[in-house]
Design a protein around this ligand. Structure first.
Ligand code: DQQ
Length: 586
């Protein structure tokens, strides 16, 4: 066993031996890193190197959570947590942009800023509800005191100054705020109100919280959206998951791709409940039933409700929020992708954070997971197209995809496998050795891109430098398991992505629940300078990686390949790659 492997297995042992330490971050509250001395530091010039071409970002400074996405009078509204003074978290206001197509964005003035006693130390995340008569209202978390850390939290509301303004430029924060105060135990862990729904004639919302180490989503009821009462039981809770941030609760149709308004609580539907886990800064969701008699959410039998649960995205994706788009009858999901680089780098480059491409989200026909796909409007940015078809890739082969802009591209590929019998055997020890929530990620890390398997690794080498010193591979490995069912692993590996030793370079991974009956598997990657967002098997498994190449930096120096390092020859049935145009971006 080589030195590298010894190191990896040593790390694995450490992580598994202390699973609680792993989850609970040594008992330290996670939240956003607070660096007071950097919060007001604005770079003289914004560095372009890692700025994205078609992902959402403002011209400069720090962004985090998407807030209150909604469609109103022909415009999509995206609010987001923003530091107007610097490139690290702090001084948070609700920045605001509008779009007619979710792709081209016009910036407006911040919609909500600290100014009143009920939000003077911060305007944190929240959601929009469209009340009857087409009247939007925003619920958000206000910080009324700095202590106890990370702040004393209440829930406020804001309403548009002029309902006739489709841009919703000005928002009023009425003086009867706050409309919800915390109970004594949770003053600093009580945030991120959801979009409301109606049950038995009353409005209901849920708010993220915890009690000791039990993650919790409180339920509140109101006859008029102003007077709210705490319901005697939470909508949902789960022991040992710590603080729940940004809960999201919404219905999905049991068949078809159409989305449903959050107001739909009964019928041929399931409900999705998602939370962002503050301790590890990742999210999980379950699919289940909203029991409207008990007013409780109950995950379906077999759903994993906790760290090892389903994820929207196995990479750098957090604080997500969904909304119903009545214009196209779909549910859209937005997630924040933080920098994985250092604060020092963020301050130097003058900006930090992007929003992922908005995704349509609907229930997989199995009922066991969601499917996600970039909104169709993204395709309007597709420019020059190149194709590869029916091309065999033997062990060690890589074929360059030439003729497009490799650092700003959309690639969609279908691989055909000759059969599954050559797949390597899945080592069941992995299930015992690795923490359940990171088995896939650990296998990706241990095996990397080059270790040969029977079927795979095969996939894409994105953002590759001329002499392969740097590349971000996105790929599959297929395993045979003792019960004769195969397992498909998807990896997005940042380890070889940059020569910069100081960057955090995780090897992200997730399993893909796909039956491979037709011996085919697809992969779509959205490559955009410092982000690679990849969708396997039509959106069953998704991974977002943030990367900082030093050589494979721009369209002249980056290259794109399709590759196979497995012993079995596979076929690129069809590959389409497009250069992506730059939209109007704030
Ligand atoms: N970010 C907000 C909070 C939320 C956290 C503060 C999640 O409301 O819990 O900027 O990233």
């Amino acid at each position: 066993m080589g030195g590298f492997n010894v190191f990896v297995w040593g790390m694995v042992g450490l992580v598994c031996f202390f699973p609680m330490l792993n989850h609970f971050n040594g008992g330290v509250m996670a939240f956003h890193k607070i660096s007071l001395h950097l919060q007001h530091r604005s770079a003289a010039k914004v560095e372009d190197d890692y700025r994205t071409g078609y992902h959402f970002q403002p011209p400069k400074h720090w962004i985090n959570d998407p807030n209150a996405p909604m469609f109103y009078k022909g415009f999509y509204h995206l609010f987001y947590q923003y530091n107007p003074k610097g490139s690290v978290w702090g001084n948070i206001v609700w920045a605001h942009s509008v779009s007619e197509d979710l792709i081209n964005w016009t910036p407006l003035d911040p919609a909500i800023e600290p100014s009143k006693p009920f939000d003077q130390f911060g305007c944190w995340s929240g959601s929009a509800t469209i009340l009857p008569g087409e009247k939007p209202v925003i619920l958000y978390t206000g910080i009324i005191a700095k202590e106890p850390e990370p702040g004393y939290q209440v829930q406020n509301y804001a309403i548009p100054k002029d309902y006739n303004d489709p841009y919703l430029k000005k928002w009023i924060k009425p003086d009867d705020n706050p409309i919800i105060k915390p109970t004594k135990e949770n003053v600093s862990a009580f945030r991120d109100p959801t979009t409301a729904w109606k049950l038995n004639g009353q409005w209901e919302i849920t708010v993220g919280s915890k009690q000791d180490t039990t993650g919790m989503s409180y339920l509140y009821r109101s006859p008029d959206f102003i007077k709210w009462t705490l319901v005697d039981h939470p909508l949902h809770q789960k022991e040992d998951t710590g603080m729940w941030e940004c809960p999201d609760f919404y219905p999905v149709a049991t068949t078809g791709k159409d989305g449903l308004d959050t107001m739909v609580v009964e019928g041929d539907i399931k409900h999705v409940f998602k939370v962002s886990l503050d301790i590890t800064r990742n999210e999980y969701y379950t699919i289940g039933k909203y029991d409207t008699k008990e007013d409780k959410y109950i995950p379906d039998e077999g759903m994993i409700d906790g760290w090892a649960g389903l994820r929207y995205d196995w990479g750098n994706f957090y604080a997500s929020k969904s909304f119903y788009d009545p214009a196209k009858k779909r549910r859209i999901l937005w997630g924040w992708s933080n920098e994985s680089s250092t604060e020092h780098e963020s301050v130097k480059k003058g900006w930090a954070g992007i929003q992922c491409i908005p995704r349509s989200v609907w229930l997989d026909p199995s009922g066991k997971q969601l499917l996600q796909w970039p909104v169709e409007e993204l395709e309007t940015l597709r420019d020059k197209n190149v194709q590869i078809s029916n091309t065999e890739l033997k062990q060690g082969d890589k074929v360059q995809v030439e003729g497009i802009t490799p650092a700003q591209a959309d690639v969609d590929v279908v691989f055909t496998l000759p059969g599954l019998d050559k797949a390597e055997v899945y080592d069941t020890n992995w299930d015992k050795t690795f923490p359940p929530e990171s088995i896939a990620r650990n296998i990706c890390q241990v095996k990397g891109t080059t270790e040969q398997g029977g079927l795979g690794p095969f996939g894409l080498l994105t953002l590759t430098s001329k002499h392969f010193e740097e590349y971000t591979p996105v790929f599959f490995r297929v395993f045979n398991t003792p019960d004769t069912k195969h397992k498909v692993l998807m990896c997005s590996d940042e380890m070889p992505s940059t020569l910069n030793k100081h960057e955090y370079k995780p090897s992200f991974g997730g399993f893909v629940d796909v039956d491979l009956a037709d011996n085919k598997i697809s992969l779509r990657s959205l490559i955009d300078h410092s982000v690679v967002e990849s969708f396997a098997a039509g959106g069953k498994t998704v991974i977002t990686s943030r990367v900082y190449p030093t050589k494979a930096l721009d369209d002249d120096n980056a290259h794109l390949y399709v590759f196979n390092n497995g012993t079995t020859t596979i076929t690129v049935e069809k590959l389409d790659a497009w250069s992506m145009k730059k939209p109007k971006m704030n």
